[in-house]
Each structure stands twice: as structure tokens, then as C-alpha cells.
Ligand binder design. Structure first.
Ligand SMILES: Cc1ncc(CO)c(N)n1
Length: 234
């Protein structure tokens, strides 16, 4: 691997279609998100482990709220095919991702009771309730656009850190997290999501509604950025 990772060259799908256009049109906020100090701390292994543990706990609580948003996506779907797709996302979170996350937390010494007793941070409350508000008052496209930064952003972070020659590999406690989000399974999920956004965008008139979609996307990006700071060490 030579040189730094560039989305345009190394993963062009991220820069194409509706998702790519939204990402491009809030590039300042996007870079604040994907190049946050938290991400640098993960890349070079200098992030405080207590901060990472707090992040994992809040991320568990986030996934629960994310599942609720997917449940609303089932409800908002306008065809049976769309309902099945949304139901697949929901069961993916409930049956696979949440148990994977619990297993991952265990490796970090965080037991299930600690997860269950944890209190939601202000950052998590702000972000997840924004998503749920869009889920309740918007249509399928509003919700998919609001969920897009979380899907795409972690994939971009994972792919970039996974490929970057400046990422610490040996002895980096966060390498397994990088490998998870830079890995094939997550990449495939994101590629599916990007294509889905284009299909739903075409069906729901994304072109005519673009300014309000960009506002939703940008707000979610800003809240993702703030969510990294939920990882204070205590
Ligand atoms: C806050 C947040 N955003 C995105 C992802 C990626 O799924 C995650 N696990 N948590």
C-alpha cells in the first residue's frame, strides 16, 4: 500500500449516486466526522481505553435505538418488497449485530449487566432521538437518508484505517474494531445500503427534495461527530 486512502480512487461507490452527492455537499462536516481525533486515536492506538469502553457501552444503547428506527422503516415501507428489506435490517440488528456487540464488549471486560444498567449519554439521546423524529415525521427516504451517515461513515473510517500505512497494526488494541468496520461483511452491507438509497431516492423524488434531504444528512453527520465525544474516559 502506497500513499493515503482516497474514496474516489479506492472505493468509488462511496462518492457516487445520492449518497455520494450528499457526502460531497457537506464535505466540511463530513471531514469533521471521519477525521475526528477519536478516529486518529483509534488509528495510532493512543485513545484511552476507558474512553473506548464508554464508547462501546453507548454504541450498544445506540444499536437498540437504531433497531427501533428500523422497525419504523418497516412501517413506512410502501411495498411488500420494501417491508421485507426493512425487516431484514431489523432482524440483522436484533439477531446478529447486538449479540456480536455484546460478545465484543465482553472481550473488553464489559459484562451484559453493565450494558443493561448503563445510562444513555446526552450525545446518544440527541442523535438517536433525532433519527426517531425523522422516522416518525418523514417518509422512507427521509429515514434512509438520516441513517446513511452512520452506515457509510463507519465504513469509510474502517476502510481508510485498514488500508492506511500510518495505522498501527501490531499491538494496537483497536485493530479488531478497525478490521470489523473495514472488513468484507460490513463493506457488503454498506454497498447494499448505498444502492438501496438510489432506488428509494428515484422512487420518492430525491431530486426535487434534495435541499431538505441534505439538511437531514448534514444534521446526522454533525450528531455522529458529537457521538465520538461520548467516549470521554472517566
Ligand atoms: C454511532 C454509530 N454510528 C454508526 C455505527 C455503525 O454501525 C455505529 N455502530 N454506531
Amino acid at each position: 500500500m502506497t500513499g493515503e486512502w482516497h474514496a474516489e480512487r479506492d472505493w468509488p461507490l462511496l462518492t457516487q449516486g445520492l449518497a455520494g452527492r450528499l457526502r460531497q455537499d457537506c464535505m466540511k462536516q463530513w471531514l469533521d466526522f471521519v477525521e475526528h481525533p477519536f478516529v486518529h486515536g483509534v488509528a495510532n492506538g493512543t485513545l484511552a481505553e476507558g474512553a473506548f469502553r464508554n464508547f462501546l457501552i453507548q454504541d450498544y444503547l445506540y444499536l437498540i435505538q437504531y433497531a427501533r428506527a428500523c422497525a419504523l422503516l418497516v412501517h413506512k415501507s410502501d411495498t411488500l418488497a420494501a417491508m421485507r428489506h426493512a425487516a431484514g435490517l431489523l432482524s440483522g440488528i436484533l439477531d446478529t449485530e447486538l449479540s456480536m456487540h455484546v460478545g465484543y464488549c465482553r472481550q473488553w471486560g464489559i459484562g451484559e449487566s453493565a450494558l443493561e444498567q448503563a445510562e444513555e449519554s446526552i450525545e446518544l439521546l440527541a442523535y438517536s432521538r433525532f433519527i426517531l423524529d425523522r422516522a416518525q415525521t418523514g417518509d422512507m427516504l427521509d429515514l434512509l437518508v438520516t441513517l446513511a451517515p452512520c452506515l457509510i461513515g463507519y465504513a469509510e473510517v474502517g476502510a481508510r484505517l485498514h488500508a492506511s500505512p500510518r495505522t498501527l497494526r501490531e499491538g494496537n488494541p483497536y485493530w479488531s474494531w478497525i478490521a470489523l468496520y473495514g472488513g468484507e461483511d460490513y463493506t457488503a452491507l454498506v454497498e447494499d445500503g448505498i444502492r438501496r438509497l438510489d432506488e428509494v431516492g428515484a422512487a420518492c423524488g430525491a431530486q426535487a427534495r434534495y435541499p431538505s434531504l441534505l439538511r437531514e444528512f448534514t444534521t446526522a453527520v454533525r450528531l455522529e461527530t458529537v457521538f465520538w465525544t461520548t467516549a470521554r474516559s472517566d
